[in-house]
Design a protein around this ligand. Sequence first.
Ligand SMILES: C[S@@+](CC[C@H](N)C(=O)[O-])C[C@H]1O[C@@H](n2cnc3c(N)ncnc32)[C@H](O)[C@@H]1O
Length: 486
Amino acid sequence: MSGVEEDEERRRQRKLEEALEVKSLRRIISAYLNYPDAAEEDVKRYERSYKKLPPAHKALLSHYPLKLQKLRRCISINSYFIFNMLQAFEPPLDMSQDIDTCESSHCEDVPNDHVSGAKDACCHSTETSEKMYLSKSNQACCGEEGIALSNSPKEVTTDKEIDVENQHDSLTETETSGLEYNKETENFRGDYFIDSNGNVSNHEWLDPSHQLHVPLIDVDKVRCIIRNIVRDWAVEGQKERDQSYKPILEELDALFPNRSEESPPACLVPGAGLGRLALEISSLGFISQGNEFSYYMMICSSFILNHSQNAEEWKIHPWIHSNCNSLSDGDQLRAVLVPDIHPASAGITEGFSMCGGDFVEVYSDPSQEGSWDAIVTCFFIDTAHNIVEYIEIISRILKDGGVWINLGPLLYHFADMYGQEDEMSIELSLEDVKGVALHYGFQLERERTIETTYTTNPRSMMQNRYYAAFWTMRKKSTTGKEHAPA
Ligand SMILES: C[S@@+](CC[C@H](N)C(=O)[O-])C[C@H]1O[C@@H](n2cnc3c(N)ncnc32)[C@H](O)[C@@H]1O
């Protein structure tokens, strides 16, 4: 192949990858947009079951239709939150581009809900504790080629233009489940082009004509995100955060007692989810970077981190999608307010960023070697296809003497993937995981088991508990010098 042909082939490949990513992003946006309709289908199913009851049983449950009406109202409120989140989202890609390239190349079946590799890594970063914005990051992981979520800095203003709380309360109990909040009528209907301020949106990609029909499993991911919001950004999630995040924060605090404001230690949080742990680490005095590859997560964390005007700005009803194990209807339908804190006022350390992309691809870049003083993995290492590769990379990108703090179970994400036998999945015991870590130069400093839940409804009659492994390992210094904490 000549040089010109190689260039042409590379260009074609890049175009294809970008088209694939646009397609995957459209699918995720569609999943968010499909949320109200999918939820309404559930309510209709409950109604059909109720109608089948014999009259005597119906009479016993005469309050049930009212519960379903309230459920519709809760769905509307969740949809309103989602709609505002999508309005605030600035896609890192040209969403208007023609994706025929992708269609003609038979790539539509590639399962993809995530930001692709290093080359497409995108970061939203923060500069000072007063300003949080999306920007082209100069973080190593994003480099020159990084696609930022936005080119222009966005400041979070503190003046609240609209009283969201009042808007929510004034939603009518109509049976519609579309996504429009119309200020004049205080009805919530299906016009995606009017935002909460009554402005016409220029987000063409929110146009219903671009909306794809997505499998219900995609809408399930949206429901998972709603539960994750409670874990990271609601008072109700505090207990769970105390179980999982607090031990990590205390360990970091103890391991870096003399961290300086001028030159703070750098901490990476792979699989950062909705970003709360990464934010807490930043507030503790670290240059903190969250890494996350799911667009579902990135869209939501970007909204909360960069667009929150104040604490408790939004109301959501996170527990409405399960009728099982509720103590009462009131428990199931209860609202939570988010975020519990105003992220921009959390006293973050300069350099806080969220880096989008696959951990393996982004942090395999040679520029990452020996970059981090600490790496924190919380409910992350079992997301690997190959956990050995994760450990190898963690070791390589830590500085000599750097620490790896881990908390989580070993619920391998790619285990038991029936029907997808070719999905690689290396599923090691805890003993083997520690053995691999020793091979890659780690020394175990502390270890214990922590009992914790993950996105669990604290008022449910079913509470799944993990006996999570918690450890601190230190990368042995190759020079043989003792480690001096930053
Ligand atoms: C179980 S969640 C834990 C989230 C967060 N650490 C917490 O404790 O709430 C695992 C997270 O890792 C992300 N993830 C999985 N594989 C990843 C990869 N290869 N690179 C980056 N993020 C990944 C998922 O999207 C998900 O947000």
